[in-house]
Design a protein around this ligand. Structure first.
Ligand SMILES: [Zn+2]
Length: 256
């Protein structure tokens, strides 16, 4: 579940991300009453199984059961911020009813990673890069996007509008295109090509992580700008670590 907003006294409108129907909105009636059997199962960042009945405007949740509750995503601030950021990115970059199973799988895997002991930052960079791929904006990292030549082992340039990396020869000298260090290029390539088991073993220094984060952020904002008008999202990309305290609609419940 990506989000839940309050409706009336006891109801909630949920936004779910599902394997076969993509983003789905549905109303859960009476979930805020203490007697509700659905209550604990319809919180943000829960992986659950839900039965929906076709309603007039919105589908209605008739049954729900938690599959994974991700304890760290209830307790650990860094993990909570990361999880909410991932959920918001999916929320804003997808349309209702459009199936994208690889994206569902990526979100679920990312929540599991954030629930584990590993680096939140590493999990989020891996998520962002593969999210772009599953949405059709896979950055071209193997060759120069202009001349298609091999990229020299030096500082290259990262262009969101061009869709990937520019070699120094194709980079207009006066432009303000972002510089991309060789280490950052190698790390991004490694993330793009390798599975998580290999990517998660990579040691990335804080300055290198910051460089990669900046490059991916620029890419995401450029390609998803139309979908990402929400100021809430802008707040989240400004510093996803602080999102948990700022976004009341998204606040995960502590405990059940
Ligand atoms: Zn070139």
């Amino acid at each position: 579940m990506l989000r839940g907003i309050l409706l009336g006294e006891a109801d909630r409108i949920l936004t779910l991300y599902s394997p076969w129907r993509g983003k789905v909105r549905a109303v859960a009636r009476g979930v805020r009453r203490p007697t509700s059997r659905l209550g604990g199962h319809v919180e943000p960042l829960i992986h659950g199984s839900y039965l929906l009945a076709r309603g007039q405007e919105l589908d209605v949740v008739t049954q729900g059961e938690t599959i994974h509750s991700f304890p760290r995503l209830r307790d650990d601030l860094g993990s909570i911020g990361g999880g909410l950021y991932a959920a918001e990115l999916i929320y804003h970059s997808t349309s209702e009813g459009v199936e994208n199973y690889p994206l569902f799988r990526l979100l679920l895997d990312t929540l599991m990673r954030l629930d584990g002991e590993g680096s939140v930052e590493l999990a989020l960079r891996y998520f962002e890069l593969h999210l772009l791929g599953h949405l059709g904006y896979r950055p071209q990292l193997g060759r120069c996007v202009a001349c298609q030549g091999a990229l020299p082992p030096t500082v290259n340039f990262f262009t969101a509008s061009g869709g990937g990396v520019l070699c120094p020869s194709c980079h207009p000298p006066e432009s303000s295109v972002r510089r991309l260090s060789l280490n950052a290029l190698k790390t991004l390539r490694f993330f793009q090509e390798k599975d998580w088991a290999q990517a998660s073993r990579l040691k990335v220094s804080p300055p290198l992580m910051a460089e990669i984060k900046g490059a991916l952020r620029e890419f995401i904002l450029y390609h998803l700008e139309r979908e990402l008008k929400s100021t809430l999202f802008m707040d989240l990309v400004g510093g996803h670590g602080s999102a948990a305290s700022g976004a009341t609609v998204l606040r995960p419940a502590h405990g059940r």
